[in-house]
Design a protein around this ligand. Structure first.
Ligand SMILES: [Zn+2]
Length: 208
């Protein structure tokens, strides 16, 4: 892999990290508001003093762990609904909040998108590649993200690193096509993928 390809891969990795951390801060912000409202309503201690230092109280830690799977919008909506319910005078449990948003789609988080009519994965988002198992040393088939997969969040769209290997050069493609011995199999992305995933290409490589 050339330097350019490594740069590209690193860039992609960084973009993914930025996307994740921007979701992380949106989540922390929503959680902060959630706990603030809870504290106001149910007189909770949000901070405790540990050796003279202010720290998150155990109740905040407990709620933070319990609400991990909810998105910012689900947290807000869950609490809003609870506050409107007959039980609002009782302190809710995380289960109460989750129960309240069972019908609220968690779309405000990074979401994996793939093409339903992609020829590489037939709309599954996965393609199979061969890898050497670190455990046994045997070659095993594993599912990785297809070339059509994108991770979308907050109007940004990033390709997962797995598919961000460099596109093969025309020369490489021709070599591979010649080795495969099937001129009908000219899907550049697929040939490129197989070439990269399988260092030793045999005549057994079929066309999709
Ligand atoms: Zn695909």
């Amino acid at each position: 892999m050339g330097t350019e390809a490594l740069d590209k891969r690193q860039q992609q990795q960084e973009q993914l990290e930025i996307l994740k951390s921007s979701y992380r801060s949106a989540w922390e912000g929503a959680f902060g508001q959630f706990m603030f409202l809870m504290a106001e309503q149910y007189s909770l201690e949000l901070t405790v003093s540990v050796n003279g230092q202010m720290a998150e109280s155990p109740i905040v830690k407990f709620w933070k762990e319990s609400l991990q799977s909810l998105t910012p919008n689900q947290m807000r909506e869950g609490l809003k609904r609870y506050m409107k319910s007959d039980r609002r005078s009782f302190k809710p449990t995380p289960g109460d909040i989750e129960e309240n948003v069972k019908d609220v789609a968690g779309v405000d988080k990074p979401i994996k998108k793939y093409s339903p009519d992609c020829g590489g994965c037939h709309g599954t988002g996965f393609r199979m590649v061969e890898r050497r198992s670190k455990l046994t040393g045997n070659t095993v088939k594993v599912a990785v993200d297809c070339f059509c997969v994108r991770i979308e969040y907050d109007e940004k769209s990033v390709a997962p690193v797995e598919r961000q290997l460099p596109p093969p050069s025309q020369e490489d493609l021709e070599k591979v096509a010649a080795k495969i011995g099937n001129v009908g199999c000219r899907d550049q992305r697929l040939v490129g993928g197989r070439q990269r995933d399988r260092p030793h290409i045999g005549a057994d490589v079929g066309c999709p």
